[in-house]
Design a protein around this ligand. Sequence first.
Ligand SMILES: Nc1ncnc2c1ncn2[C@@H]1O[C@H](COP(=O)(O)OP(=O)(O)OP(=O)(O)O)[C@@H](O)[C@H]1O
Length: 232
Amino acid sequence: MSLFIEANQLKKRYGQKQAVNGLSLEIRRGEVLAMIGPNGAGKSTTLDLLLGLRRPDEGSVRYWCAEPRQHIGVQLQSTPFFSGFTARENMAMFAAFYGVRLSRRQINDLLTRCGLQDAGKTPAERLSGGQQKRLAIAIAMAHEPQLLFLDEPTAALDPRARREVRELVTSLAKAGTSVVFTSHDMEEVHKLATRVIMICGGAIIAEGMPDRLLKQYQAGDLEELYIRLSGE
Ligand SMILES: Nc1ncnc2c1ncn2[C@@H]1O[C@H](COP(=O)(O)OP(=O)(O)OP(=O)(O)O)[C@@H](O)[C@H]1O
């Protein structure tokens, strides 16, 4: 099946707030999909619905396999590391939660893939912001998922750390992992994403490959497009 996930007419309300309002989308194999949209647009709620962390009030989500959670890795906006424990120990403990026992070698491999080969013995809370994000991604990769969800993986990082995380996402995608991520950095979205979904008021208002979207809306860059569409 070429689709990982197919969501149909999702709706989710918190009290008076209609956070997601009739949203349909698909997640395809091999893509790096960016979800963009203003604060409060419904991106994180949509991710939660896709991941089965929340139940939609209406609509449905179809998965490509019977046990999707075993094949999906998730990095949420903040990862509560076990303080006082090293990066390696955190990896082992989080993996155990997912029912995965990692050998020393597997931990070394994952840390190396995520550029953390020298940070394994450092307590997680002492790692830099970029290293912590990469550790969160390494943890999300522990069970070798086919699909990775990253919620604002580069938020609040300095330029070097952002670049490190971007390079990691690119290398994971090249190695065959499909990625869905959210970001408020339109330059980054243009660099990383093979497809973009723009969410506003809980619904998709634009969708397509970055360059096609620019052409379609005759915009110079994604930021211009974003500002134009989110202001309408
Ligand atoms: N648990 C909750 N209870 C009540 N309201 C919520 C809850 N979670 C989200 N909301 C509201 O639902 C709307 C959508 O929130 P959501 O976090 O999905 O947006 P977002 O696009 O991810 O925003 P951001 O870019 O700021 O992370 C917002 O108005 C938010 O205040």
